[in-house]
Design a protein around this ligand. Structure first.
Ligand code: MLT
Length: 263
């Protein structure tokens, strides 16, 4: 994957496929763009597909401050300018969904459609934000193995496949404790996006794993109710990462969404 420096941070990105339309894939915490490998392969047959690692996760350079959603939206703006992409469908999963909503607020002209996967509109409660700060401190103290021990049971369905556990642990191991801490601190600062939902005027797909315990199907229903004309895909046999746990129907839903986007 090549790199591009935006606002002093080296971003590691992928740019696959050559279709007339572009799709951006925004990854979950505490993973990296490699979580989209199956979707990149499928989408890039008909679309240009772009994804990048957030600072300190995957192979991007170290974070210089909390990885806030405005900072990431600026990073995406710089990356799209570097790649000469003016408009794209924007799909984000969980933290990637928080970022997708920020991208809609900051760069609406660059968004052809939204796919909001296993994510939610609300901000953290004070307790939730405090929990993220404690997690950040522990990640810096105990390292990525501790992060994986904490996160994998939350990210996957109950009694997950061993292969999915292995894959997610490897994705987490691709980051750094500093990247994990910065992402937690950045998510704690994210705004409540509930009022943003009614402003969305592009085709929007909401996706949720039927067994998602982090951002439940009830959260997906709130997105669906708030976004004019949004459609829902519920992925059976999957928790918070349906793109990994049940990639067939997840990828089909994303392909159908991408194929129907306006130019
Ligand atoms: C994610 O999957 O990106 C995170 O679990 C989101 C969060 O911690 O709110």
């Amino acid at each position: 994957m090549p790199t591009c420096t935006v606002n002093g941070t080296e971003l590691h990105y992928l740019d696959a496929g050559r279709g007339p339309s572009a799709v951006v894939l925004l990854h979950a915490f505490p993973l990296h763009a490699g979580m989209w490998s199956r979707q990149v392969e499928a989408l890039s047959r008909a679309h240009r597909v772009i994804a990048f690692d957030y600072p300190g996760l995957g192979r991007s350079g170290p974070p210089r401050e909390p990885t806030t959603m405005p900072l990431l939206a600026e990073a995406l703006r710089g990356l799209l300018a570097h790649l000469r992409v003016e408009r794209a469908g924007v799909a984000g999963l969980s933290m990637g969904g928080y970022l997708a909503l920020e991208v809609w607020r900051k760069l609406p002209g660059a968004v052809r459609g939204l796919a909001l996967c296993d994510t939610k509109a609300g901000a953290d409660t004070p307790e939730g934000a405090a929990g993220r700060e404690a997690f950040a401190a522990s990640a810096l103290e105990h390292g990525l193995r501790w992060v994986a021990d904490q996160m994998v049971p939350k990210l996957l369905r109950p009694e997950p496949d061993a292969a999915a556990v292995h894959e997610v642990r490897e994705l987490i191991a691709g980051g750094t404790p500093a990247g994990v801490a910065a992402a937690q601190r950045g998510m704690a600062r994210r705004p409540d996006s509930t009022a943003t939902l009614a402003t969305i005027t592009v085709p929007t797909l909401v996706v949720v794993g039927a067994q998602d315990g982090l951002t439940s199907p009830a959260e997906a229903q709130k997105l669906l109710a708030g976004i004019p004309g949004a459609r829902l895909a519920t992925i059976p046999g999957a928790g918070h990462l349906p793109n990994i746990e049940n990639p067939g129907p997840f990828t089909e839903a994303l392909l159908a969404w991408a194929a129907a986007l306006p130019a």
